[in-house]
Design a protein around this ligand. Structure first.
Ligand code: B3K
Ligand code: ZN
Length: 901
């Protein structure tokens, strides 16, 4: 497994079409955990559009080569090596049969064919298929597949692969077989098989054209009671893609399979989606409202890939965002529509809460990525290990780029572009340029400049200057774009101004939107939000007939993934928070207000100065809290302070301890000043009676639990502890139970632990001992809890590493404890003594030997090290150097070498 060679860089500029094509693949598997024999018969021909190659070079890893036959004859000119198989002197067009052996039981990387809980699963994206058989394992080689699976019937009663089931039956010696055929051409990364003891929830649905389809959600038998929500999510996804995009399910059957050992969320294999259990299994007792929402989003995401990813796929891995950015955009729209009312998704305020959540993730994670050593464009120019490029930039910024087409052309124009994209490219492996051209041509536009969104890294900054001429009733808005001080990795890519759709509104003294008329226009338009097409480095837009000096509402609905710089006063922000008709910008105003205050306080905390909170800030928050015209979900989002990680990144020198002190100070002030309001909110938003998973009920729970969490900060939290204990004991759902446990843990931090917290922790464990996903929460809640001088959280984490339920090989469990601590508890992880960093280094090194993909993700939690205070910086550098000197995988080496460069 060790790959100690100096990592090779793969460059987009070096793309060349494959020298050979493979049209059909027939795979036969004899499944045994330690020794699976794979026979692979391919129809191969030379690619007429490629230069002539002397050899056929197939990729292969961790395979034992057995034999090769060509057109039925033994073929001696096949030479196996560490990375594949070279075949000399092959003809123009031939049938090639290769037999090889792999060891799924020993495969801890969870890439290729592996065993989890005694069952077989595969994960092929990006380059796992080569760990199953020798192949041209690249996405521009598309073939149709027939798959025969043979295994012990008692041990593996269920045998699944892509497409439609052709036949199944018994074999001698207690074995049986199943033969599957996928009629659609696909790249190898979409291949999948599953074999084992599984059961399915089944449903039959009719699609738009009246065809009946079989839907299945396959799980281990004890999990069947947690499949309903995933099935409902799948049915909603199928319906939504027909309605919004006219895209119908193309296979007779669609399967989802849950597996507990999985590197990421889920995988869109054709007709056989394989999911991390975390994104399938849910019932009210085990899953939170957030889990329910995530399952709906991920089921949707993987289903939507069937068209955006599978029917039209990527030519090469540099084009990853072609399918990922587009599919994230589609899943975000799906979730927004589901939140906004099932029929037409027209409840704009409800849709906005989804938008706010998505933007919060983008800003916290993607902006940080874009400011560090891993910064890369949405379409990267080079990589060492492609698995390191399944990033926030490719996914989330990629989604924002797709959203901008819709913002520019409207839903209808965007739909026209999508229709043309499928008309031109169905069945093909294409590029991000092909997508852009389809959108441009369908809307009669030249989108050459828009290409820069794919090739420039870093977060653009738009600074805004405004001027009101009362005599002329003219209001001019001058926008200037640039990148500020970008990370070197990003700076190299920055060539010129972007086409930025900049949505703006103007607000009058009464808080209402003013009519908008640009100077080039004869009259005001109907809409009070205008999307300005901002294309130059600096550009002025002048509104006329502006009867009073307005307050600008900038970048409404976050119409582009940029940072807006505008000098609002605190009063103006409070006004926007109270009045902006754009719900996103109402939230945004509150965040700006809070961020500014918190950063000032963090600066004071860093220098040991006294902390004070401006009364007007508390007053602005109090108004939101008690504004009954706002939905509970919105109020929860508005009252949640920006995260510590986000705030630390905004400081000239990141200081997690100072940020924590500042944020806690504000929470305490808001808790004590608004105590009665919080208590009232807590009572008002209880959801008695049976659990309902609706967005409305989830909103009540979210606001109520936020109130409880603020009440933790009271000078005397005894009453809060009583409330939380009672809530814990009475809870009929995981949202309330986990929230109560978290509050108990945090309330007890100052005392180094409390009886109530310990009681709840023990009860939680006993109650859910048999539910791994809930035990993951038990680990995560402890890893992210607040610490104290008497009891730093690192001690808790180290002790939990030895708990019998801890298992480094299971990615969910490793993430629940290690990642939660290293990436979601900044104040404790960044302890001055460097204990967090030493722990991090040990875990990266241990994981590197087991599962390089998971190790590389953990490795990323130190990449912004240069931005921290000197002591922390030095501690991080030492830990990075230790890791760099010991790890073997290409995955981790790419990350730490870039970080140290
Ligand atoms: N396409 C997969 C991700 C594969 C990651 C490979 N390291 C899931 C998704 O984005 O839908
Ligand atoms: Zn995806």
């Amino acid at each position: 497994m060790a790959d100690t060679a100096t990592p090779n860089v793969i460059r987009r500029a070096d793309y060349a079409p494959p020298a050979f094509l493979i049209d059909t693949v027939a795979l036969e598997f004899d499944l045994l955990p330690e020794r699976t024999v794979v026979k692979n018969t391919m129809r191969v021909r030379r690619n007429p559009d490629a230069s002539r190659a002397a050899h056929l070079e197939l990729m292969g890893e961790q395979l034992e080569f057995v034999s090769a036959t060509l057109d039925g004859q033994p073929f001696a000119n096949a030479h196996a090596h560490e990375h594949g198989l070279v075949l000399d002197n092959v003809p123009e067009n031939f049938e090639l049969t290769l037999t090889s052996i792999c060891n799924p039981a020993a495969n801890t990387t969870l890439s290729g064919l592996y065993v989890s809980s005694g069952n077989f699963f595969t994960q092929c994206e990006a380059e796992g298929f080569r760990r199953i058989t020798y192949f041209l394992d690249r996405p521009d080689v598309m073939a149709t597949y027939t798959v025969t699976l043979r295994a012990s019937k008692a041990d593996y009663p269920v045998l699944l692969s892509n497409g439609n089931l052709l036949e199944e039956g018994d074999l001698p010696d207690g074995r049986h077989f199943a033969r599957w055929e996928d009629p659609f051409r696909k790249p190898s990364y979409l291949f999948a098989l599953v074999a084992g003891k599984l059961v399915a929830l089944e449903e039959r649905v009719k699609t738009g054209s009246g065809k009946e389809k079989l839907l299945q959600v396959w799980v281990e038998p004890h999990d069947l009671d947690k499949t309903r929500h995933a099935m409902d999510s799948l049915i909603h996804s199928i319906r939504w893609d027909e309605e919004r995009f006219g895209l119908e399910l193309d296979l007779d059957r669609f399967m989802i399979v849950a597996v507990s050992d999985f590197n990421m969320g889920a995988m869109e294999n054709k007709g056989l989606n394989i999911f991390n259990t975390k994104y399938v299994l849910a019932n009210p007792e085990t899953a939170t409202d957030t889990d329910f929402a995530n399952i709906e989003a991920v089921v949707g995401h993987e289903y939507f890939h069937n068209w955006t990813g599978n029917r039209v796929t990527c030519r090469d891995w540099f084009q990853l965002s072609l399918k990922e950015g587009l599919t994230v955009f589609r899943d975000q729209e799906f979730s927004a529509d589901m939140a906004g009312g099932e029929t037409d998704g027209s409840d704009e305020a409800a849709r906005a809460t989804k938008r706010i959540e998505d933007v919060r993730v983008l800003r916290q994670m993607q902006f940080a990525e874009d400011a560090g050593p891993m910064a890369h464009p949405v379409r990267p120019e080079s990589y060492v290990e492609i698995n390191n490029f399944y990033t926030m930039t490719v996914y989330e910024k990629g989604s924002e780029v797709v959203r901008m087409y819709q913002t520019l052309f409207g839903r209808e124009g965007f739909r026209k572009g999508m229709d043309l994209y499928f008309k031109r490219h169905d069945g093909q492996a294409v590029t991000c340029d092909d997508f852009r051209h389809a959108l441009a041509d369908a809307n009669g536009r030249d989108l050459a400049q828009f290409e820069r969104w794919y090739s420039q890294a870093g977060t653009p900054r738009v600074s805004v200057r405004t001027r009101y001429d009362a005599a002329q009733q003219r209001y001019s808005v001058t926008l200037a774009q640039g990148y500020g001080e970008a990370a070197p990795a990003a700076r190299e890519t920055q060539k010129g101004p972007l086409l930025i759709p900049f949505a703006i509104g103007l607000i009058g003294k009464d808080g209402k939107d003013l009519p908008l008329q640009l100077e080039s226009e004869a009259q005001a338009s109907d809409s009070t939000t205008r999307v300005l097409e901002f294309t130059q480095t600096e550009q002025t837009f002048t509104f006329v007939n502006v009867e009073q000096e307005p307050l600008p509402s900038l970048l409404r609905n976050f119409s582009a993934p940029v940072i807006v710089e505008y000098d609002y006063s605190a009063d103006q922000l409070a006004f926007l928070l109270a009045h902006d008709s754009d719900p996103f910008n109402r939230w945004e105003a509150g965040q700006r207000l809070a961020t500014r205050e918190l950063l000032t306080l963090a600066g004071r905390a860093a220098s040991g100065a006294e902390l004070q909170l401006d009364d007007s800030v508390a007053a602005a928050f109090a108004r939101v809290l008690t504004d009954e015209s706002l939905s509970p979900a919105f109020r929860e989002l508005a009252l949640m302070l920006p995260s510590e990680a986000y705030l630390a990144e905004q400081m000239a020198e990141s200081n997690p301890a100072a940020v924590h002190a500042a944020r806690q100070f504000v929470r305490k002030r808001l808790a004590n000043a608004l105590k009665d309001d919080w208590l009232k909110i807590y009572e008002q938003h209880r959801t008695p009676g049976p659990y309902e998973a609706t967005p409305a009920a989830a909103g009540h729970r979210a606001l109520k639990n936020l109130a409880l969490s603020y009440l933790t900060e009271l000078d005397d939290p005894a009453e809060t502890v009583r409330l939380a204990s009672a809530q814990y004991d009475a809870a009929n759902n995981m949202t309330d139970r986990a929230a109560a446990l978290s509050v108990l843990l945090n309330a007890s931090a100052a005392n180094g632990g409390s009886a109530e917290a310990q009681h709840a922790l023990d009860d939680f464990y006993r109650r859910f001992e048999k539910e791994p996903l809930v035990i993951d929460k038990w680990f995560a809640l402890q890893a992210t809890q607040r610490g104290s001088a008497q009891r730093p959280v690192i001690d808790v984490v180290r002790k939990l590493m030895t708990h019998p339920a801890f298992n480094l090989k299971n990615p969910n469990r490793a993430r629940s404890l290690i990642f939660s601590f290293c990436a979601a508890n900044p104040a404790q992880f960044h302890a001055e003594d460097g204990s967090g960093y030493a722990f991090w280094a040990d875990q990266v090194i241990a994981l590197d030997a087991i599962n390089p993909q998971v190790a590389a993700r953990l490795a990323r939690s130190l990449e912004l090290w240069r931005r921290f205070t000197p002591t922390l910086r030095e501690g991080m550098r030492a830990a990075l150097e230790k890791v760099a000197s010991q790890v073997k995988s290409r995955d981790v080496r790419e990350i730490v070498e870039k970080a140290l460069a």
